[in-house]
Design a protein around this ligand. Structure first.
Ligand SMILES: NC(=O)c1ccc[n+]([C@@H]2O[C@H](COP(=O)([O-])OP(=O)(O)OC[C@H]3O[C@@H](n4cnc5c(N)ncnc54)[C@H](O)[C@@H]3O)[C@@H](O)[C@H]2O)c1
Ligand SMILES: [Zn+2]
Length: 389
């Protein structure tokens, strides 16, 4: 008989998600010091004459628009800095890109305890930098600054990092949260309209699962939100983030497999990878949600009128509601895969009325097929020829 030692070592992560205006205003020190919550530590840093040192990774397009302002900000605050601008697109969301960042971080030589790496960009940039930081010296702190709507309401608030691998979305990654996420809605002003819709899809997900009021806001004011790129609509993003955090925070490591935030994410990862780069993440999620609303209707969980309202809202947000590559075969394959990785249960979140949901494990094949046929009949753009049961 050998000896067994049991090690129990709970890890507590505390981080802030902070909305701040004009993060790049030289007078605003949030970006440099906002992650420090200990008053004494903050005082000491402010008193010491030691310059602050920061490594910043920025999405290339964001750098094109905001690079000069960022450099000015760093210089005005006497920061020793390196800005690395990279084409952090979905096709480049790879370990190679993470390694490239790590090589640069390594030559910059930062203090792993006190000098967090800053990531400024969309979800792809935040996910890759988060993973790179988690690997560097086993865990280097990092800060997220989302610049797309999708990353503002979703990718910036949780703990997940990752890159695509073996043709699968986010197959390599870690659950290591940032030390802080700083949210500035003014970045969203320059986001292309299609990417605003993309972010609205993740907001609609939370609305359908948990918040009827948010659904009604998106239903009534979707067009205005798109036109104004949510400038002045922080009350709307605030509901979305609060609702998202209510779900994420108690289950940061995703130990509980029953997750409402998985709505729209059962079939969409396979679709997204299959047609890359033609569909954006939120677009693929919306197509998945649209089909699932039909599953809800066929299961008697939403009425025909509620179904119509949800689909009209999606169309109003200029999101795709159907796709020819979203086939019955893809649905079945994805659900089987889900069974394998989800403890033998499908755990399918479905809307039950508007703004409420439940998780179902025994939706029959017959319902899935019937929903698919109706979905194709009613929503396929090329009338009635693309159904592939
Ligand atoms: N970690 C998580 O919890 C989580 C959650 C949701 C999504 N994600 C990931 O996020 C990714 C999608 O994120 P995304 O939609 O932000 O895509 P993205 O990072 O590819 O950004 C979209 C495009 O917008 C451009 N851009 C970014 N900010 C801009 C700005 N302010 N002005 C003009 N252009 C700008 C970028 O150059 C890019 O071309 C996916 O890979 C997804 O897996 C992660
Ligand atoms: Zn998502």
């Amino acid at each position: 008989m050998g000896t067994t030692w049991t090690v129990v070592s709970p890890i507590v992560f505390t981080y802030q998600v902070t909305e701040s205006q004009d993060l790049l205003d030289p007078a605003n020190n949030t970006l440099l010091l906002g992650h420090i919550t200990d008053a004494q530590q903050l005082e000491d840093i402010k008193k010491s004459n030691k310059p602050i040192k920061r490594f910043v990774v920025v999405d290339q397009e964001v750098h094109r628009i905001y690079g000069a302002k960022l450099t000015e900000y760093m210089e005005a605050n006497n920061v020793q800095f390196k800005i690395l601008a990279l084409p952090t697109t979905e096709e480049n969301k790879s370990m190679e890109m993470a390694l490239k960042i790590l090589e640069e971080v390594n030559s910059f030589s930062l203090d792993r305890r006190t000098e967090p790496i800053i990531a400024i960009g969309g979800g792809v940039c935040l996910d890759i930098v988060g993973l790179a930081a988690s690997l560097y010296r086993r865990r280097t702190p990092y800060i997220r600054v989302p610049t797309t709507l999708l990353s503002y309401v979703d990718a910036s608030v949780g703990a997940k990092t990752g890159v695509n691998f073996a043709n699968c979305k986010n197959k390599l990654g870690a659950y290591i949260p940032p030390v802080a996420a700083f949210l500035d809605l003014t970045f969203i002003q320059t986001v292309p309209r299609r990417h605003i819709s993309n972010g609205l899809a993740e907001m609609l997900k939370m609305a359908l699962m948990k918040h009827r009021g948010l659904f009604e806001l998106l239903e009534k004011h979707g067009r205005v939100l798109l036109d104004t790129k949510l400038q002045g609509a922080s009350h709307v993003t605030r509901i979305a983030i609060t609702t998202m955090l209510e779900e994420l925070a108690p289950n940061l490591w995703e130990d509980d497999l029953n997750r409402l935030v998985d709505f729209g994410h059962l079939i969409s990862p396979a679709l997204e990878m299959k047609v890359l780069p033609s569909l954006l993440h939120g677009e693929a999620v919306n197509i998945d949600m649209s089909y699932m609303v039909y599953v809800s209707k066929e299961s008697g969980l939403v009425t025909e009128e509620e179904k119509q309202r949800i689909i009209s809202c999606m169309v109003g947000l200029e999101l795709p509601v159907w796709h020819e590559d979203f086939t019955m075969e893809l649905i079945q394959r994805s659900l089987q895969d889900r069974l394998k990785h989800s403890g033998g249960l499908v755990r399918m979140p479905l809307p039950v009325g508007l703004g409420q949901a439940e998780i179902f494990n025994n939706t029959s094949c017959e319902i899935l097929h019937r929903a698919y046929e109706k979905w194709c009949d009613e929503l396929s753009i090329t009338s009635g020829n693309s159904c592939d049961p």
